[in-house]
Design a protein around this ligand. Structure first.
Ligand code: GLY
Length: 351
């Protein structure tokens, strides 16, 4: 292994950094609301319009699941968000495949779809899986047939921008195939930034009754192997809601999250007394430590070379968010103001 640290040192390093981060998290804890019965909507950084919409619907007395789904639908329908729904970046065959899950606190029920093609709003389909079947997760062709049976129309989700990003990447892949490399004017910075791109939106909410719900929706990794499923549609990984405790969701590297049941862990830490922010940090710390067992996930310093973020709300309406590497923000509507706030972090990114 390159730049291998002994396992003992490695764990020491990780625990040291993790503990420091949890302390930092404690300092920031006061961000959550103290009053019970306050409505909150929290989302990943690309979700400012979702938190706005979600709060508007909560104020009208709508179910928190309907509120968060209506919020993320705005982003799913936006061709300029390349991580979700229409305009999402495609798999290695140039096909957009979407994953989503929903979870409803009051009924402790959930639904999900994975590898769904040609349907713009997988989150709406996930909700119908929850409401109209005795299953939790439908995938691929079965999910598409189910969506069409419920009146969803097939559409081409690949925008020209996403198609061009796919083409440029394909052209750069190898000097041992029949594709010429991109023309210099096409090899610009924007396309370069697509290369390791993945993104997602998570949105969670608590209503005035203290009921919780959440949704996560994504187009997954750019250029993924067709059929690859990330954490977003996996209840317990990309999303988890326990109406007695809180709600949590994630964005970022799905594989690391699936292997650690991240959102379930966040809710579990909250059930044992952690604030939402502390719970997110402790979960990231656990994932970082487990990742040390897989050298391909580590950078030169032996730290996780991937991004992963969690967002959480507890039953009291306190909220928080944390990310593996510093520098990101998440969206929150706290009932008074809709804003982006800095995420707590486990490791500080070097400038
Ligand atoms: N977190 C999104 C994915 O890994 O697909």
């Amino acid at each position: 292994m390159k730049n291998k640290l002994s396992r003992r040192n490695f764990l020491k390093t990780g625990i040291g950094i993790g503990a420091a981060a949890v302390l930092t998290g404690r300092k920031n804890m006061a961000r959550g609301a103290e009053e019970k019965g306050k409505m909150r909507v929290v989302a990943s950084g690309n979700g400012l319009r979702a938190t706005e919409k979600g709060m508007e619907l909560l104020r009208q007395g709508k179910d928190p699941l309907d509120a968060v789904i209506a919020g993320v639908n705005i982003v799913e329908n936006d061709p300029n968000d390349r991580s979700v729904g229409y305009g999402g970046l495609p798999n290695e065959d140039g096909v957009v495949e979407l994953d989503s899950s929903v979870m409803h606190g009051p009924t402790h029920n959930g639904g999900a779809v994975a590898s769904l093609r040609n349907i713009k709003n997988p989150s709406k389909v996930a909700k119908i899986v929850m409401e109209r079947t005795d299953h939790v997760l439908l995938v691929g062709r079965g999910a598409l047939r189910f969506a069409k049976a419920h009146g969803f129309k097939e559409e081409n989700l690949l925008t020209d921008r996403a198609r061009e990003a796919w083409l440029r990447r394909k052209e750069r892949l190898s000097d041992r195939d029949f594709w010429f490399p991109p023309k210099p004017e096409e090899a610009d910075r924007e396309f370069a930034s697509f290369f390791d791109f993945h993104g997602t939106i998570n949105c969670i909410a608590i209503d005035a009754n203290g009921d919780l719900a959440g949704v996560t929706t994504t187009s997954g990794f750019f250029f993924k192997i067709p059929g690859r499923v990330g954490d977003s549609p996996i209840i317990g990984a990309g999303l988890y809601v326990d109406n007695d405790v809180g709600a949590a969701g994630s964005t970022g590297r799905g594989e690391a999250n699936i292997l650690n049941c991240g959102s379930f862990q966040v809710v579990n830490f909250m059930s044992r007394g952690s604030s939402p922010e502390e719970a997110c940090l402790k979960t990231l710390e656990r994932i970082a430590n487990k990742s040390k067992l897989l050298p391909r996930l580590l950078n030169e310093e032996g730290l996780p070379r991937f991004g992963l973020s969690f967002y959480a709300i507890n039953k009291k309406g306190e909220y928080g968010g944390a990310t593996m590497w510093s520098g990101s923000r998440y969206a929150v509507h706290d009932g008074k103001e809709n804003k982006r706030v800095p995420s707590a972090y486990l490791f500080k990114r070097k400038k």
